[in-house]
Design a binder for this molecule. Structure first.
Ligand code: NAP
Length: 260
């Protein structure tokens, strides 16, 4: 299948590792011109040949700097992937452990980064009849399964996608959501990360916890998702092959969500 992304100008947020990095690689392999933003410019991101832009995407200034850089470099934006999310403030714990500062920081990164990026990109996206993919999570459908502020922010991001699809679809802009289940990234594998913190809270060794994930999460296929599998879905939805798909929310979770 030819996705026909050659020469397209794409912005990918959260591009230094994980799903974002895999998405940059996939889009580069399809011939797209890509700007990848994150706080850190990793060697892996540099190696993709994308334009790396360091910025804190939890701030309005950081998002503005990234979008300005994209407009200056490419002269416009065809496609936008709002992938950045999770973040340092997503920690195990319940509602009463989550103060206003944490709610605000989680929403800034997981929702407002996308709001701000879309606002800046829309004039271009309308002119070029472009597309947006927002990376949410199955937590938007299973909010009790994860940290409360993160689940709420991801549900809001899915709702935002539906609103944008409806408002801007008649002007040629498609907006879709991708909702992964557990994906093999640093969120789970970093010895200091969220997965390690969950394991420690449960009194389980980190490596043993990682091995148990497919059973513990009821993953029907028996394995977690690889970042390049999410990237392939994102690239498909960005492409004109998916030209009549908009306002949709694609789950990629190995069968974790059992409901319709
Ligand atoms: N992995 C999963 O199981 C899973 C499941 C469902 C949904 N998701 C969603 O998928 C997306 C990608 O997750 P991932 O697993 O690939 O995460 P990851 O491996 O932790 O990567 C996160 C990316 O975002 C960047 N980032 C974090 N905070 C940032 C900030 N303040 N400003 C700019 N960049 C920032 C990181 O780079 P720097 O740290 O260098 O800034 C990194 O490039 C997120 O929206 C996440 O919620 C993941």
């Amino acid at each position: 299948m030819n996705l026909n992304l050659t020469g397209k100008a794409v912005v990918v947020t959260g591009a230094s590792r994980g799903i974002g990095l895999a998405t940059v690689r996939t889009l580069r392999a399809e011939g797209a011109r890509v700007l990848g933003a994150a706080r850190t410019v990793t060697p892996e991101l540099k190696d993709t040949g994308a334009l790396p832009v360091p910025a804190d995407l939890s701030t309005a200034e950081g998002v503005a700097a990234v979008m300005d850089a994209a407009l200056a470099e490419f002269g416009g934006i065809d496609l936008l992937v709002n992938n950045v999310g999770g973040g340092d403030d997503v920690r195990p714990g319940g509602f009463l452990d989550t103060d206003d500062r944490q709610w605000t920081r989680v929403f800034d990164l997981n929702l407002l980064s996308a709001v701000r990026a879309v606002r800046a990109a829309l004039p271009s996206l309308i002119e070029r009849r472009g597309a947006i993919v927002n990376v949410s999570s199955i937590n938007s459908r299973l909010p009790a399964a994860g940290p409360v502020a993160y689940s709420a922010a991801k549900a809001a991001l899915a709702a935002l996608g539906k609103s944008l699809a409806e408002e801007f679809g008649p002007r040629g802009v498609r907006v879709n959501t991708v909702s992964p289940g557990v994906v093999r990234t640093s969120i789970w594998e970093d010895p200091e990360g969220f997965g390690a913190q969950v394991a420690a809270a449960a009194g389980v060794e980190h490596a043993a916890f990682l091995r148990q994930i497919p059973d513990a999460f009821g993953i029907t296929t028996g394995r977690i998702t690889e970042p390049d599998e999410v990237a392939a879905l994102v690239a498909f939805l960005l492409s004109e092959v998916a030209g009549n798909i908009t306002g949709a929310d694609y789950v990629i979770d190995g069968g974790t969500v059992k409901t319709l």
